[in-house]
Design a protein around this ligand. Structure first.
Ligand SMILES: Nc1ncnc2c1ncn2[C@@H]1O[C@H](COP(=O)(O)OP(=O)(O)OP(=O)(O)O)[C@@H](O)[C@H]1O
Ligand SMILES: [Mg+2]
Length: 294
């Protein structure tokens, strides 16, 4: 089965293709509304402090299903911090405190009854540096399902995850070999397969290509565009060409330098990617995308 038919099989009812024309009008520090798309995340006044120092404030941003949303902006503006809010990974960072609301399918992820482990199962994450476990290829992909007790048809589950990550053909004859023997690009696709194996709803990727060569980068970019058929994909990237190539929606973050207070990350603008790069509403966005800042 190829990746396309695999995705068709899992198509959700809301799977309408998004294009720039389907995006309603620009929103400055707010949201764009892709018609016919489900709102997966609705962040309202979201902020983060580390040890009491505010790193990110007042983010109002909606993220929609079946689209790639890219987060761009200068170093230190809070892109990774924001991404970690979406699956409660900041809970694992000492001194991090999240305020405001982050609704996921209408439910506050930071509500009292929410199980953070379940959240991270539904909302998977892939990091900048490929981080496979020092185990076999098979055991890497089977790790999450085993931990979560999803042991039915484990072989099938591993195969499907590897197929969806566009890695199956390259590894099907060496599943019991060590994952650390794979190339960097293959390791990153393995990490994507590991995230997919627990059947998430959302895939978050923090600069997933920054450690990869151009060919591996192209493979991951192709994969992102396939994955959005079945998943909600959010990426952080410093590579503006990459955002322009793969993202339907782009959110630009920057840093406000308080007169006396610390530097704080803020969301400046979110819109259809082509508008962000050709006709941004905010001059700070324009300065950044034209290379005059950051
Ligand atoms: N674990 C932490 N403890 C304390 N401060 C942190 C921590 N992680 C991030 N910060 C601070 O929060 C702010 C935002 O950092 P973050 O890593 O989210 O930025 P970023 O936009 O992802 O940057 P980059 O593009 O360099 O990855 C920065 O000022 C950073 O120093
Ligand atoms: Mg970062």
């Amino acid at each position: 089965m190829d990746a396309q038919s695999d995705s068709a099989e899992h198509q959700r009812p809301t799977g309408i293709h998004l294009d720039a024309a389907a995006v309603a009008h620009p929103a400055v520090g707010g949201s764009v509304a892709p018609m016919g798309r489900e709102t997966v995340f609705d962040c309202q006044g979201l902020g983060v402090r580390y040890h009491g120092t505010r790193a990110l404030r007042d983010v109002d941003l909606q993220i929609h299903s079946h689209a790639v949303t890219a987060l761009i902006g200068p170093s230190g503006c809070g892109k990774s911090t924001f991404l970690r809010c979406l699956n409660r990974m900041n809970d694992l960072i000492p001194g991090a405190a999240v305020d405001g609301a982050c609704l996921y399918h209408g439910e506050n992820l930071y509500g009292p009854d929410i199980d953070a482990i379940e959240v991270r199962k539904r909302i998977g994450m892939v990091f900048q540096k490929p981080n496979p476990f020092p185990k076999s290829i098979y055991d890497n992909v089977a790790f999450g399902p085993r931990v979560l007790g999803m042991k039915d048809s484990l072989d099938d589950r591993v195969e499907q995850a590897l197929r969806r990550a566009a890695l199956w053909d390259e590894v099907k004859d060496r599943l019991k070999s060590g994952a650390l023997g794979l190339s960097g690009g293959q390791q990153q696709r393995l990490c994507i397969a590991r995230a997919l194996a627990v059947e998430p709803d959302v895939i978050l990727m923090d600069e997933p290509c920054s450690a990869l060569d151009p060919i591996s980068t192209a493979a991951i970019e192709d994969l992102m565009m396939t994955l959005k058929n079945d998943y909600t994909v959010v990426i952080v990237t410093h590579n503006m060409q990459q955002a322009a190539r793969v993202a339907d929606i782009t959110a630009f973050f920057s840093v406000d330098q308080g007169e006396t207070g610390p530097r704080t990350g803020v969301l400046i603008e979110v819109d259809a990617t082509d508008r962000i790069f050709t006709k941004p509403a905010n001059e700070r966005t324009e300065a950044y995308v034209t290379g005059r800042f950051g």
